[in-house]
Structures are given as C-alpha cells and as structure tokens.
Design a protein around this ligand. Sequence first.
Ligand code: HEM
Ligand code: HEM
Length: 135
Amino acid sequence: MEEFGELLGNLIIFLFILEAFRFLLKRVFVYYGKWIKTNTKFHPLLLKSMKMNQLFHPWLGYLILVTIIVHAYIQTSGFAFLSNTGLIAAAFMGAEVLVGFVGTYLMKKPRPSYWIWIHRLIPVLTLIAILIHKD
Ligand code: HEM
Ligand code: HEM
C-alpha cells in the first residue's frame, strides 16, 4: 500500500508538469504559430492541441487535488499523522486551482493582468514546496 502511495506522489508531480505545460504550448503558439503555419503542415495539430489543452486544463487541476487527498490518506495511514511539507505543497496547489477557478468562472473578461502573473507564480512556489517535500 505504501508503494501505491509513493506512486501517487509521483503521479501528482507528473500531472502537475502536464498542467504547467500549458505555458510552453502557449509560447509556441504565440511566437512560432505563424512560422509553423507557413512552413509546416502541423498547424491544425497545434490548434487541436491548444483546444484540447484548454478543455482539460481545469479538470486536470481538480484531478490533481483528488490525487493529493488519496496520496496523503495512504501515506499517513488514514491521516493518523500529518506531513508539514506535504501540507504546504498541497496548500500551494489548492491555491493555484482556486486562482484558476476564480479567473475562469468568476472574473469578468478581460481578466486584470495581475491574474495571470499570480497563476504563473504559484506553480513556481508549488514546485519548490514539492521538491522539499519529496526530498
Ligand atoms: C503537492 C502535493 C504532494 C506531492 C506532489 C507529494 C509527493 C510525494 C512524493 C513524490 C513522495 C515520495 C515518494 C517516494 O518516496 O518516492 C511523498 C511522500 C510522502 N508524502 Fe507526499 N506529496 C504531496 C502532498 C502530501 C500531503 C498533503 C501529505 C500529508 C498530509 C503527504 C504525505 C506524505 C508522506 C507521509 C510521505 C512519506 C514520508 C515522507 O517522505 O515525508 N504528501 N509525497
Ligand atoms: C495545479 C493546477 C494548475 C496549474 C499548475 C496551472 C498552470 C497554468 C499555466 C502555466 C498557465 C499558462 C500561463 C501563461 O499563459 O503564461 C495557465 C493558464 C490558465 N489556467 Fe491554469 N493551472 C492550474 C489550474 C487551473 C484551473 C483549475 C483552472 C480553471 C478552473 C485554470 C485556468 C487557467 C486559465 C483560464 C488560464 C489562461 C488561459 C489563457 O489565457 O490561455 N488553471 N495555467
């Protein structure tokens, strides 16, 4: 069971990286989109990836939170004790999902420009917290 908990811990990291991949995908689209369109036949694929990514981005965030709860439950034998570093990492992750949710469903468009900066900064803090936790 403990091995499954460790596996889930690493799965959270994998899903988190996949979630942050949106940053790279958007950069490629903005800076190289035109070049890809005129010079290659991959432009429809790029558009499709952007669409799929946009569609799954929120759900992947929720899935990460569920996975964290299961991981924490298993690693602490049913919350018999806690992990401070784990809780900090989870708090950052939760904050990021909340910020994403607020930006998507509660804020008027266009969103204020500070929003995206908060949504970019929290993953950096999350990554540091995860590295400390899994040490
Ligand atoms: C962003 C959230 C989290 C991530 C990415 C994460 C990831 C990991 C990873 C990769 C490991 C090491 C597995 C190995 O040894 O290979 C681990 C261990 C562990 N995690 Fe988490 N975890 C998170 C949140 C939590 C939370 C919220 C708790 C409990 C409240 C927790 C409790 C533990 C415990 C007890 C261990 C084993 C002992 C230790 O290394 O401290 N984790 N976690
Ligand atoms: C751990 C969870 C999450 C991570 C690591 C994450 C990460 C990111 C990153 C790296 C970007 C690209 C920022 C940029 O353009 O420079 C982004 C964009 C965005 N995210 Fe998240 N996100 C998470 C969860 C969510 C959730 C749960 C939602 C909504 C419910 C959300 C909504 C958005 C929106 C609306 C954008 C901007 C889309 C756009 O303008 O193209 N995010 N996210």
